[in-house]
Every structure is written in C-alpha cells, then in structure tokens.
Design a protein around this ligand. Structure first.
Ligand code: FAD
Length: 290
C-alpha cells in the first residue's frame, strides 16, 4: 500500500471556473518519470480523499505541479479548488503510469495528443532533455472546448520558451498546435478529425504520420483515446503491450478500463493496487477530459 507524505501548497492559480493549477513542495525522496501520475488528496473528516493526478512539472524541478478540473459535486475537487498557499496536500510515494518515454521505440518525431487536463503529463515531458535527445521534432497537439481552457498550458510553454536552457533545447523543434472545438480560433476541430483529414499536417507543413519513424503518446477523454488508437492501429502503429515493452505508441492505461479498440496491455500489480487504494481513492476511468 502506498504511503503518503504531507506537502505544502506553494501557489494556486485559477484559470477559469472549471480549471486551476497548483504547485506544492516535493519530498526529497520522491522520484518519478516524466509523464507519470500519482495519487494526491486531502484529509477531510478523518478520511483521506485521494485521486490520480498526472504530474505536470518535470522531474528535474524541485516542486510538484498539478493541473485540475473543478467538479462541483466531486468528492476531491469540490474541496481541492479552495486550497490556498500554506495548506497541506497528501502526496503518495508511488508514482506510476504508462505514458513514459522508455515504452516508445526510437523514432524521428514524437506526437503528443491531449484533450482537456490530459495535457498535464506532456507539460512535464516537453521540459525533459531526453525527449529532445531521442526525437528530432516534438509536436504537442492539444484540444480544448474554449480558448480560455488553453491558458495554463500556454503559460507553461511561454515559461519554457523564456528559460534560456530549455529554449535552447526545445527551440523550433517543439511545435505547439492548440485546437478549439466550441469557439472561433486559428485551429478548430477535434484532434482525431484534424489527423484523419490531414488538416493538422497541412497546417504545420509536415509529412503525415509514418509508423516507421513517428511515435505517439495519447492522454485525454475516452472518445479521443478510442478514435485516435483505432486510427493509429489502422496505420499499423502498435501499442506498447506492457510496461517495459516498447511500442510505436502509448496511452495512459489507467483512463481506459472500458477502452476496447487497442490490444489489452498488462499492468503491474502495483498500478492496480495504487488505483484501488485510499478511502475514497477509486478512480473513474471514464473521466471526460475534453
Ligand atoms: P470524481 O468523483 O473523481 O469525478 C467525477 C466525474 O467527473 C467523473 O466521473 C468524470 O466524469 C468527471 N471528471 C473527473 N476528472 C475529470 C477531468 N480531469 N476532466 C473532465 N472530467 C473529469 N484530473 C485532473 O483534473 N487532472 C489530472 O492531471 C488528472 N490526472 C489523472 C490521471 C489518471 C491516471 C486518472 C485515472 C485520472 C486523472 N484525473 C485527473 C481525474 C482525477 O483522478 C479525478 O477524477 C478528478 O480530480 C475529479 O475528482 P473528484 O473526486 O472531484 O470527482
């Protein structure tokens, strides 16, 4: 069973009535791979209320950062959205997850496909030097409903570009492609439509996906995950079949209990027990991240 440390909230930023991000202290002993998630939560009424959260900060940073939805009736986020600097946050000592670089075979371009808060794991990964050692081009495709929903990731990318070391690393090799479904914007439409129609590749003036040289990571709502996976499988991209066995693409398996289109992927007992631990710590894998 995972143990929890008590961290302190350092900073909270509200991006809209539905989204906020917060930064906490990080226990010196906590190690994680960029792209992983961790159980976090609050103590309330003598219970622990914990949920899975992707870590939005990079593993070389001395703090932790998270990007969160606000669900008015949600056991955790109805409380968490009111957290303030100085307050306590419970953080598990066992990060885990399947959105990791080591489960991708070598390639030339890395596509990161995200909807909603599913962008969080990629915001740590785009600051990871290994991403740029392994791939010539990194294309972050992030979908949201409203323009305002892009603000948190916009700010992380702006900070990355303002940081001399990270800017040199990423340079013009990091390509950001935000797309909006419900408001006017320079790129519009669902990620899967943009891929299938070829629009994304035309807009960026880049060649279409090729399983021989492209690798893909996907994190987001169930529909996007299912549609994107089906499309990738049709193009003969193979999913990483289990942790530690590389493939041409990876998804966050913890989201996809009901996800049928991709071949089953074994999960270690540790992941299963992490997801089932905690007083109210069970996970609804049907979360809609768009
Ligand atoms: P819950 O009872 O957990 O959820 C109530 C309902 O809200 C769910 O049934 C679902 O329909 C919807 N919902 C939950 N989360 C979201 C979401 N993010 N976007 C849209 N709808 C949602 N949430 C985050 O906000 N940020 C993250 O980085 C994040 N990472 C996750 C990583 C994994 C591996 C998993 C399995 C889930 C992740 N979640 C994330 C969802 C998170 O665990 C909680 O479900 C969420 O914080 C809401 O908690 P709650 O107790 O308030 O409501």
């Amino acid at each position: 069973m995972a143990t929890y440390t008590t961290e302190r909230v350092i900073q909270v930023q509200h991006w809209s009535d539905k989204l906020f991000s917060f930064r906490t202290t990080r226990n010196a002993s906590l190690r994680f791979e960029n792209g992983q998630f961790i159980m976090i939560g609050l103590a309330a009424g003598g219970r622990k209320i914990v949920r899975a959260y992707s870590i939005a900060s990079a593993n070389h940073e001395d703090h932790l950062e998270f990007y969160s939805i606000k669900i008015p009736q949600g056991p955790l986020t109805s409380r968490l959205q009111h957290v303030e600097p100085g307050e306590a946050l419970l953080v598990s000592s066992k990060p885990t997850g399947t959105l990791v670089l080591r489960d991708l075979r070598p390639g030339r371009r890395l596509f990161m496909l995200a909807t909603g808060t599913g962008v969080a794991p990629f915001l740590g990964l785009i600051k990871d030097p290994e991403v740029y050692e392994r791939f010539e081009q990194v294309i972050l495709v992030r979908g949201a409903r409203a323009v305002g929903d892009l603000a948190y990731a916009d700010s992380v990318i702006a900070r990355l570009r303002a940081d001399p070391a990270l800017a040199e690393l990423a340079g013009d090799r990091l390509i950001d492609y935000p797309s909006i479904t419900r408001e006017p914007f320079r790129h519009r439409g669902r990620i899967t439509s943009l891929l299938e129609s070829g629009r994304l590749f035309e807009d960026l003036s880049i060649p279409p996906l090729d399983p021989a040289s492209d690798r893909v990571m996907i994190c987001g709502n169930m529909r996007m995950l299912a549609d994107a996976s089906r499309w990738l499988e049709a193009l003969e991209f193979d999913i990483s079949p289990s942790i530690g066995v590389p493939g041409a693409y990876v998804i966050e398996r913890a989201f996809v209990e009901e996800f049928q289109s991709a071949p089953p992927r074994e999960e270690p007992d540790e992941l299963r027990s992490t997801l089932n631990s905690g007083a109210e710590g069970t996970i609804d894998s049907r979360a809609d991240f768009s």
